[in-house]
Design a protein around this ligand. Structure first.
Ligand SMILES: Cc1cc2nc3c(=O)[nH]c(=O)nc-3n(C[C@H](O)[C@H](O)[C@H](O)COP(=O)(O)OP(=O)(O)OC[C@H]3O[C@@H](n4cnc5c(N)ncnc54)[C@H](O)[C@@H]3O)c2cc1C
Length: 406
């Protein structure tokens, strides 16, 4: 790998967390060549996690989510081109073609186009909300701000974003009702055991959760939205928000010749070809975890940030950072759920710590090797357990050493 020098020009496509952090990390590593950051949203890079939390609850103005302040943009000496999408990539010439007909030719390209909210096919889709962007948040805020107290809002999908939206709507004095397709929320990412432990969080917080609900359509009638659920009475709501997961933004690369398979496939250095990399939510990367190498795509804030740091180190110095330990948090129903590692939902689960006030910490394991640590309101204990995932640790050794008690 030839490291970057002052004659190079890095073109970063996607002005979200991963793209912006890459720009800053490249400068921090000492890169003094040209940098261009291209984003299809009209805004300078901003942070998404607060959108479903502080912004929707009404405790932060939207502007507080901004990552790239004017001072930081100036310090990064980056050419920022927002409000224009990339439509194609020529890998041989590392040239990015934009929607406005112009092109940017660099020496290296970083693909950081993230993911978008999955939309359902609904008759009243134009009135239904998703929450991925600042624009989505503005639209949702406009809608819910006009509702009187205790109006019912349907939240379709009880996953992380759905649960956070319900929590914030409750804080605004509205009455969210969560429709979940499985028999408990979060079974997909966390597996049935942990999802079972979390099942009572909504009702304890005062949010109605309806499980085993397959929503077939949303229609509109007399200013209300009607949620149709297979085998159930329909439900009338003032507003509907869908949290049905997300899809990687890789369609613009269809003609590039890159391998696209639920994201841009890259190696352990995040490289797709010699001069093209992908990082963050859009990257399907080779990850060295406790069970060996796996090809994964992980939609976590910390993974996007860590990707940016490791790609910058690799491009500027030709060095690798230690293998990534994925980390995720979610603030929902007045609690904090945190997960370290990338366990399979079918992995075994062992509770290792439990408090009278309902807080707990548990280990995921596969074949007696620890694959994850999950906690409910146990931030310190979870952080102390990180080293279990930095190298393969057996469940026996983990429970004997109990790093969460140190
Ligand atoms: C509401 C919400 C709450 C979240 N909460 C948490 C949380 O609590 N904890 C956690 O770990 N993670 C959370 N996440 C996930 C976290 O925000 C993402 O993992 C992170 O934003 C990924 O960063 P990224 O830069 O890879 O992608 P993105 O943030 O999606 O940025 C990609 C950017 O590229 C742009 N783009 C797409 N296509 C093109 C194109 N063709 N040309 C130019 N630009 C393009 C997109 O519009 C976007 O601006 C949350 C996400 C959302 C939406």
């Amino acid at each position: 790998m030839n490291t970057l020098d002052g004659g190079d020009h890095v073109v970063v496509v996607g002005a979200g967390l991963a793209g912006w952090r890459l720009v800053e990390s490249l400068r921090r590593e000492g890169f003094d060549g040209a940098l261009t950051l291209i984003g299809d949203e009209p805004d300078a890079p901003y942070d998404r996690p607060p959108l479903s939390k502080q912004v929707l609850a009404g405790t932060w103005p939207l502007d507080q989510t901004r990552l790239a302040t004017d001072e930081r943009l100036a310090a990064a000496e980056v050419t920022l081109r927002v409000g224009v999408g990339a439509r194609a990539l020529d890998v041989a010439t590392t040239t990015v073609h934009l929607d406005d007909g112009s092109s940017v030719a660099g020496t290296h390209v970083a693909i950081a186009t993230g993911a978008r909210a999955r939309r359902l096919t609904l008759h009243a889709d134009e009135y239904v909300h998703v929450l991925r962007t600042r624009h989505d948040a503005e639209r949702l805020l406009r809608d819910v701000s006009s509702l009187s107290a205790r109006r019912r809002v349907a939240v379709i999908g009880g996953g992380f974003v759905g649960a956070e939206v319900a929590t914030s709507l409750l804080a605004r004095g509205l009455e969210p009702v969560v429709f979940e397709m499985a028999d408990a929320p979060l079974v997909g990412p966390l597996g049935p055991t942990v999802a079972g432990w979390l099942r009572r969080l909504p009702s304890e917080a005062g949010v109605e959760l309806r499980v085993n609900q397959r929503v077939s359509d949303v229609t509109s009638s007399d200013g209300e939205l009607i949620v149709h659920v297979e085998g159930e009475d329909s439900f009338s709501a003032a507003t509907v928000v869908v949290g049905a997961g997300s899809v990687p933004n890789d369609a613009w690369l269809a003609t590039s010749g890159l391998t696209l398979d639920n994201g841009v496939v890259v190696n352990e250095h995040l490289m797709a070809t010699e001069r093209v990399a992908a990082l963050g939510d859009v990257a399907r990367f080779t990850w060295r975890g406790p069970l060996g190498e796996q090809l994964v795509r992980i939609e976590h804030w910390q993974v996007a940030a860590d990707h940016a740091a490791s790609l910058a180190r690799y491009w500027v110095r030709g060095e690798s950072l230690p293998p990534l330990v994925p980390y995720f948090w979610s603030d929902q129903y007045g609690r904090k759920i945190q997960l370290l590692g990338h366990p399979h939902p079918g992995d075994d689960v062992t509770r290792v710590l439990e408090r009278d006030d309902g807080r707990w910490l548990a280990l995921y394991s596969h074949g007696a090797v620890v694959t994850g640590v999950v906690g409910l309101n146990m931030p310190r204990q979870l952080t102390l357990s990180r080293r279990l995932l930095e190298s393969g640790t057996s469940l026996d050794v983990a429970t004997r050493d109990a790093p969460w008690l140190s």
